[in-house]
Ligand binder design. Sequence first.
Ligand code: C5P
Length: 238
Amino acid sequence: MTSNSNHQKSIIVALDYAKESDALNFVAQCDPTLCRLKVGKELFTLAGPGFVKKIVNLGFDVFLDLKFHDIPNTVAAACRAAADLGVWMINVHASGGVTMMEKALNSLESYSTSRPKLIAVTVLTSLSQEDLLQLGMKESLEQQVLRLATLTQRSGLDGVVCSAREASLLRAQLGREFLLVTPGIRLDASAQDDQVRVVTPKDAIQLGSNYLVIGRPITQSKDPILTLQSIYSTLNTL
Ligand code: C5P
């Protein structure tokens, strides 16, 4: 089962399952040529590095989404430990600061061509402008995202996680090469779950996103693989 689209493998399925067996059940139906897989905090805490290695060995590009945020030394060591699992992408919080991001990147130097892509989280897509105000951040949400993304680029990282709603601004400001990875995707813009800033897959790509992180709309659908394929069909019309 493959996707022939130009957008092949632009979907990263978030394996947010509460049981390893459910995640493996999804993976068994899937194909590394169809999508990439994201392992987040829930599944990693539950199933650990062994699970990650298992799906890496099956040939999947794995985004290990642990959003490291700590002192530079700890984050750098955690990034190396993640790289040793053979994953394709890892991330840190940009709000950890430039020194932390630079140290994380430097810690991966010896991996040369097998270095995982290192990206940073700007503002979580579950946060609204009001939430930022509550946290004492007075800039507009867009300005805050742009500030953190600019610091990320200056630190030499490959890209950021952001809402697709900010993608066109970031694309215009940060150039074509900077990776934009966008969660908060909903097939129907009226469905939100706990995401505040949602966008459809087609709009996200049109706004400049490189990779779409999609969890519940795929994993909780009746037929996840069919849903995945139908998303690629909508992207093929672009
Ligand atoms: O189910 P849903 O499509 O909302 O899943 C989105 C995934 O992307 C979740 O695994 C979530 O942790 C992750 N994510 C996010 N917002 C960010 C970074 C990651 O929603 N800024």
